[in-house]
Structures are given as structure tokens and as C-alpha cells.
Design a protein around this ligand. Structure first.
Ligand code: SF4
Ligand code: SF4
Length: 535
């Protein structure tokens, strides 16, 4: 089912040209016009350059380490797109979102903004809720309709929804929305939050978990008060994060899984990335993952400042290697589409399509760390220490065409079982059941095995969302992180927030002025009082 490539050999689908230099399409950061761009190597970095006929020449760092870039590119895997696109191809990417019939991936996770209101005023917020001057807050019926749309995607209904904003926890029907998501069959329900509500209302986390919330995506930028002052406008915000984590930990019968989401800015908190991972490892009972996000830039930035200030995935890998002793090499980090190969294995064996994270290879990186006690000494090792990930994936890619053609599950399983030779469980105490878990995942496609795999480890992920300076159309065409909108569309994250800036158009179309919103809030409050009185 995949149009796949390994070591640049096979990309059956068009448009993703591997190797450097390569030509692509980007945007002018001043007027937003689509312009041709060139991606090339200079002094060990990958640079993107482009020329707008009206605003001149622009250069930016696409990836701060060409070795990391080239390793990521080896794992280019294109997806199968959508069988029931919502829009037609009229103007061309990225003007036809979406998803249009050109899009390469189905939705891996879909964001739904519940509101653009927020209980904070962060200087680096891409949603820019406070400054908008209007209130975007779809009503409950509209939110449910968006979730239904997402669940109707073919051949794979999106399995994961993330409520975002603004600050989604202040949405008036927040708990009802979670219950509706559960009813609609999402297997992963998440909330992206600044943590304020979770910290301030002691039972908020328990109520979320009881309603069906699976994971808290907690904005967490580090430990220094200067970091919070610069990134969030409040030097004392760490204390709020800590209370939020404690309240997630206190949830019964088991802690509410929490993912730390640091936005990384060069010169602000890039010196804290290692400490953030160590903190997560010390709190593995509640913190399941760290998901780094190099900051997206906006506004007019002088050329030199851009080339010096840009923080990329390559920089993050180098910082994690320098600041911790958990990793062995840059090749401990694999690009997102590697996960797509595991999905394809399960799909081929079980004759059933599973969600595949087939983003472009340039978008994100991930790895796992395993922590265990060795004679009383705590040890942390990366997954590559006991799994030959490269060998596993290479053989998996080679056997996929035969598995896809095969008829009988038992023969397919026998063939795929050869892959287990790439796992050396002897390096872990009692093997931690890794072979069994992985085999159960591939053989059944059940998410519970993936969840168990996660419970044994710390997932480290990173996604570099694009901005007008490093925008690359080949990436957005393959995007797996989407937004659902009230007008019945599903729009890739980096189209929604950058490039054509669908966010502003959609929010304005479906927004109300603050006065009208205040009236509506008073009505909701009055309805709640009446409802309470009638119980
Ligand atoms: S980003 Fe995807 S959905 Fe949007 S226009 Fe491009 S291919 Fe179509
Ligand atoms: S959100 Fe942006 S960075 Fe992430 S997969 Fe989509 S295009 Fe790539």
C-alpha cells in the first residue's frame, strides 16, 4: 500500500526529490506568495533560500545538522492519503485544504480548537488568542460535527483527537466534549494545556480522566524563571506546572498520562533540554513522553538574526547528546515515517488498514529511552542499544510487497517473525517483554500493546512546525497532524498556522465580537443555573 523509499531508492510517488540540493516551493515571509526555493548544504547545515519577486532574497536554516537531515531522509515513506477527500484540487497545494485528493497522508492526530480565549498571554503563542480581538468558540454541536467528520475518514478514521486553543480547559462544555469524543470511538483523547486549571482545581484532572481523557499535553519549557518570563510572560510559572503534574499523578486508579511539551528557543531554554529529559525519567510513573517543539517564528526577522537564532531538529539532537549520557549517537533518533513502517506491517499481515504516520521525513524525530535497575544502579539506555532499528526496518520494507500480496495470515506471520532477530533482549532485565509486546502489536494491530510498550519506556519526540521562513510545500502535503474546522474541512497544522494562514480566515468567519461573546456566556451561565435548579 505504501509508495515507499529507502536510502533514496524508491519513492514511487512524485514530488519528494531526495538528496541535496533539491528544489521545492516555499512562501515569501512578507507577502505569503508561493515562491520557488532551493534546499542545499552549507558549512554542515542545511539552508533553504528563496526569492520573492517583490520582497527579495531570503535564507534560513532548514536543519542545523546535515548528517541528521540525511539520516532522516533515508526513511522517506509516503502514505496512501484519503479515499474520501473533502476538497478538490483547484488552485494547487497549499490552497486547496482539505484534505484534498492530492494529500499523501490520512490524519494521524487531529486538533480541534475549542476556543481562542486563554487564561494566559504567552509572547510565543502561535494561536495568538488574546491579540485577535474576537472570540472563536464553536458550540458543542459544531465540535461534535467536527469530530464526526474526522471519524468518517477512509480508509482509516483518525484514532486520536487533541483539544487545543487558546486554552481548551476553559471551554464551557469541556467535559461534555471529552465524553463525546469517547462515544465517537477515539482511542486517544488528548488536551494541549498550559496547566493552570489542572494546578488550580485539585479535582480537575480526576474529572478529565473520569470523562475519558487519555493524555495531558502539558506545555513545559524548562526550569529557569527567565525561561518562563521570556516564553510565557510569568517567571513563577514552573510552580504551576509542578502542581499540575502532581494533580495528574494523584488521579485514581492510575496517574493521568502526561507528556511534557517544551517549546525550544535558542538562547532561552536550549540549555535545558537534557534536564527536561532527566526530569521526565525521574517521574516515569506519570510522565510518559517529552515532545520538543523548536519554536516557529513570525513577524519580520532580519536575515542575520534568522540564520543565527533558528533552532532546528539537528540542533536538538546535538544538544541532547551533549547535555545527557542517555544516547549513543545521532542515529538514535528516527524520523516519524519509521512508525509508518510498523503500521504497514500490521496492515499487510491483518489485511486491514491501520493509521500510518507518514509525514515527510523532515518534520519530526523520535526515539525511546528505557530505564531499569542493574544491581541497585539505575541505568538508562536508548532503544537502539538492544534493537537494530535500521536492520529491522530495512527487512520490513523489503518483505512488505510479499506480505501485501499474501493470502494467509499464518504464513505472513511466520515470514514477519524473522524480524524478531533484530531485537537483543538480553540487554534488558528479564527482556522486559519487548519482543512479545512488539510481536503482539504487529500480529494484532491492537493499540493496547503499543500502550504497554510505552509504559516500559520514555518516548522522546520532536516536531519542527514550519513558519513562513522555512515553509516547504512537500512537507505540508504529507502532514499527519491536522485541524478540523467548522466548515467541514481537515487542514494540515502547518497550513492552518502558516502559509495560507487558514487559522485567521476560519476564526474570523466563525467568530463573534467580545461583547456578543459576553452575552453568550451570561446565557450559558443562566441555562446552567436553570438546569441545576431542575435536577
Ligand atoms: S496541504 Fe494537503 S490538503 Fe492542503 S492543498 Fe496541499 S495536498 Fe491538499
Ligand atoms: S504539522 Fe508541520 S511539521 Fe508536523 S507533520 Fe505536519 S507539516 Fe510536518
Amino acid at each position: 500500500m505504501l509508495k515507499r523509499g529507502f536510502k533514496g531508492k524508491v519513492i514511487q510517488s512524485h514530488k519528494l526529490k531526495l538528496g541535496l540540493p533539491r528544489i521545492t516551493v516555499s512562501t515569501c515571509p512578507i507577502c505569503g506568495r508561493l515562491v520557488p526555493a532551493r534546499v542545499f548544504e552549507r558549512d554542515g547545515k542545511v539552508i533553504i533560500e528563496k526569492e520573492c519577486p517583490y520582497h527579495g532574497h531570503f535564507e534560513d536554516v532548514y536543519n542545523g545538522d546535515v548528517e541528521v537531515y540525511e539520516f532522516m531522509e533515508k526513511w522517506a515513506v509516503d502514505g496512501i492519503g484519503l479515499r474520501n477527500p473533502n476538497t478538490s484540487v483547484v488552485k494547487g497545494c497549499p490552497w486547496d485544504c482539505g484534505l484534498c485528493s492530492l494529500h499523501f497522508s490520512h490524519s494521524g492526530i487531529v486538533n480541534i480548537d475549542l476556543t481562542n480565549r486563554c487564561n494566559m498571554r504567552c509572547p510565543i503563542c502561535f494561536a495568538n488568542a488574546a491579540a485577535a480581538g474576537y472570540v472563536y468558540e464553536p458550540d458543542l454541536e459544531e465540535i461534535v460535527a467536527m469530530m464526526e467528520l474526522v471519524r468518517s475518514e477512509l480508509p482509516v478514521p483518525a484514532p486520536a483527537v487533541q483539544f487545543a486553543g487558546g486554552e481548551p480547559t476553559i471551554y464551557p462544555h469541556f467535559f461534555e466534549v471529552i465524553r463525546e469524543a469517547k462515544r465517537l470511538g477515539f482511542s486517544q483523547i488528548q488536551v494541549a494545556t498550559n496547566g493552570l486549571k489542572l494546578a488550580e482545581e485539585s479535582d480537575f484532572c480526576q474529572r478529565m480522566a473520569d470523562a475519558g481523557m487519555n493524555t495531558v499535553y502539558l506545555q513545559f519549557d524548562g526550569f529557569k524563571s527567565e525561561t518562563y518570563a521570556k516564553a510565557r510572560g510569568d517567571p513563577n510559572f514552573l510552580e504551576v506546572k509542578m502542581r499540575a503534574i502532581e494533580n495528574c499523578r494523584a488521579v485514581k486508579p492510575s496517574p493521568l498520562a502526561t507528556v511534557l511539551v517544551p517549546t525550544v528557543l535558542r538562547g532561552v531554554n536550549d540549555d535545558e533540554v537534557g534536564q527536561i529529559v532527566s526530569f521526565a525519567l525521574d517521574n516515569l510513573d506519570v510522565i510518559r513522553a517529552v515532545n520538543f517543539q523548536p519554536v516557529s517564528l513570525s513577524g519580520r526577522i532580519p536575515q542575520e538574526a534568522l540564520l543565527e537564532g533558528r533552532y532546528t531538529l539537528g540542533d536538538l539532537v546535538n544538544d541532547l547528546l551533549a547535555q545527557t549520557d542517555y544516547f549513543n549517537s545521532k542515529e538514535d533518533f528516527f524520523p516519524v515515517p519509521v512508525a509508518g513502517i510498523i503500521s504497514e506491517l500490521a496492515s499487510a499481515i491483518l489485511n486491514k488498514p491501520y493509521v500510518a504516520f507518514t509525514s515527510s521525513p523532515y518534520c519530526g524525530l523520535a526515539t525511546y529511552l528505557f530505564k531499569y535497575s542493574d544491581g541497585g544502579t539505575e541505568k538508562v539506555i536508548p532503544i537502539t542499544e538492544f534493537v537494530d532499528v535500521e536492520g529491522f526496518m530495512r527487512e520490513a520494507v523489503e518483505m512488505l510487497p510479499d506480505l501485501e500480496k499474501g493470502k494467509f495470515k499464518i504464513f505472513k506471520l511466520l515470514r514477519a517473525k524473522r524480524l524478531l532477530k533484530y531485537i537483543d533482549e538480553g540487554k534488558l532485565p528479564q527482556g522486559m517483554g519487548i519482543k512479545k509486546l512488539l510481536w503482539s502489536l504487529i500480529g494484532t494491530g491492537k493499540r493496547e500493546y503499543l500502550a504497554k510498550f510505552h509504559w516500559n519506556s520514555l518516548f522522546i519526540g520532536a516536531m519542527h512546525f514550519m513558519d513562513p521562513y522555512d515553509y516547504d510545500v512537500v512537507r505540508v502535503m504529507r502532514c499527519v497532524v491536522h485541524y478540523a474546522t467548522p466548515d467541514g474541512r481537515i487542514i494540515p497544522f502547518c497550513s492552518y498556522n502558516t502559509g495560507p494562514t487558514y487559522r485567521r480566515l476560519i476564526e474570523m468567519k466563525f467568530s463573534m465580537l467580545p461583547q456578543a461573546y459576553s452575552r453568550r456566556v451570561r446565557e450559558i451561565a443562566a441555562e446552567a443555573v436553570v438546569a441545576k435548579g431542575s435536577v
